[in-house]
Design a protein around this ligand. Structure first.
Ligand SMILES: NC(=O)C1=CN([C@@H]2O[C@H](COP(=O)(O)OP(=O)(O)OC[C@H]3O[C@@H](n4cnc5c(N)ncnc54)[C@H](O)[C@@H]3O)[C@@H](O)[C@H]2O)C=CC1
Ligand SMILES: O=C([O-])CC(=O)C(=O)O
Length: 330
């Protein structure tokens, strides 16, 4: 039996009337986002066209009689949605379709994140934590962060946990070792096809992964499969990942708030210059959650292949930053 805490945590979900929103809401209400003893106030932000979907989901949440759910409010006002919020899940934005790259969404979606960053700056609680899921997630997080000058910048993150989980899934299938016995996997760079899923420091069942797989499998199968998994899912199901994206969002926030469950993970964070990534770019790093804060795993040796793969993805992030500067979004 869980003992509910007395002060509820306010969680704001944007795009609550959409696919990922729907998959997330029931896991949040069940206590999986923050923990089984934490009560939650939900605020659901939608644009007018999506309000009915969010209201329908709110009715279903009521019907779920979740003991940890204090209240659910649906609004199309960013100021109301972020008022007092502790955790903001920025999902609302257009998904890509077949044949598109995530960066193709920059102009369409980028404009959403400046006003939301400003509303967070103005209205959110002082301990606000933000995760951007809407694509292109890294650069949208950069835009939101740039509009929230009073919020410590490391509170703005973008989701690469899905890529991280995909990497674990691929390794597990290849090696026949459960994901729970893996550690040290990293996604570097952008949540895009240029990302670098890196197993140089990974272990599976205590053995270095580099002793278990060959370079050809890594370069020709593993890396492209993980980096292009979003497109593969779109191809197979006709629309982008939903359940796995919601699940990765839950993993990201749970670990951030509650601390690591033993292993390091991957998080896109505003760079502090670590590993040569230009300061401020929101890039994925190996990270551990310590005392409620993400800490980049330091001191990893990078070989020439890793260095060049990270540089390529970071160069793409720098180009995206230039593009949104050009669009007047930064
Ligand atoms: N970072 C990641 O790992 C992943 C990111 N995604 C991205 O997540 C986003 C959402 O995907 P889905 O839920 O499948 O899309 P969806 O189209 O089903 O839902 C998006 C919802 O956002 C709402 N919305 C649009 N503009 C908004 C705004 N300004 N404020 C609040 N809500 C707004 C829409 O009305 C819609 O209900 C997409 O950008 C998709 O590419 C998807 C999978 C993985
Ligand atoms: O690929 C997409 O457009 C959706 C997404 O970000 C993913 O599944 O990783």
């Amino acid at each position: 039996m869980s003992t509910a805490t007395s002060s509820p945590i306010t969680v704001t979900l944007t795009g609550a009337g959409g696919q990922i929103g729907y998959a997330l809401l029931f896991r949040i209400a069940a206590g999986e986002l923050l923990g089984p003893n934490v009560t939650v106030r939900l605020k659901l932000l939608e644009i007018p066209a999506g309000i009915a979907g969010a209201e329908g989901a709110a009715l279903e949440l009521q019907d779920g009689a979740f003991p940890l759910l204090d209240s659910v409010n649906v609004t199309d006002s960013a100021a109301a949605a972020f008022d007092g919020t502790n955790v903001a899940l920025l999902v609302g934005s257009r998904p890509r379709g077949p044949g598109m790259e995530r960066a193709d969404l920059l102009a369409a979606n980028g404009a959403i994140f400046g006003p939301q960053g400003a509303a967070i700056n103005e209205h959110a609680a002082s301990d606000i934590r933000v995760v951007v899921v809407g694509n292109p997630a890294n650069t949208n997080a950069l835009i939101a962060q740039a509009h929230a000058p009073d919020v410590p910048r490391e509170r703005f993150t973008a989701l690469t946990r899905l890529d991280h989980n995909r990497a674990l899934g691929q390794l597990s299938a290849k090696l026949g070792i459960p994901v729970r016995d893996m550690d040290g996997v990293t996604i570097w760079g952008n949540h895009s096809a240029t990302q670098y899923p890196d197993v140089s420091h990974a272990t599976a069942g205590g053995t270095p992964v580099r002793d278990l797989v060959d370079d050809a499998w890594l370069a020709n199968e593993f890396i492209p499969r993980v980096a292009n998994r979003g497109a593969e899912i779109i191809e197979v199901r006709g629309s982008s990942s939903v359940g796995s994206a919601a699940s990765a969002t839950v993993d990201h926030v749970f670990d951030w708030v509650n601390g690591q469950r033993g292993r390091w993970t991957s998080v896109a964070l505003p760079s502090d210059g670590s590993y040569g990534v230009p300061e401020g770019l929101v890039s994925s790093f190996p990270a551990e959650s310590v005392d409620g804060k993400w800490r980049i795993v330091q001191g990893l040796e990078l070989n020439a292949f890793s260095t060049s793969r990270i540089a390529a993805s970071v160069a793409e992030l720098a180009t995206e930053r230039e593009q949104v500067q050009g669009l007047g979004l930064l």
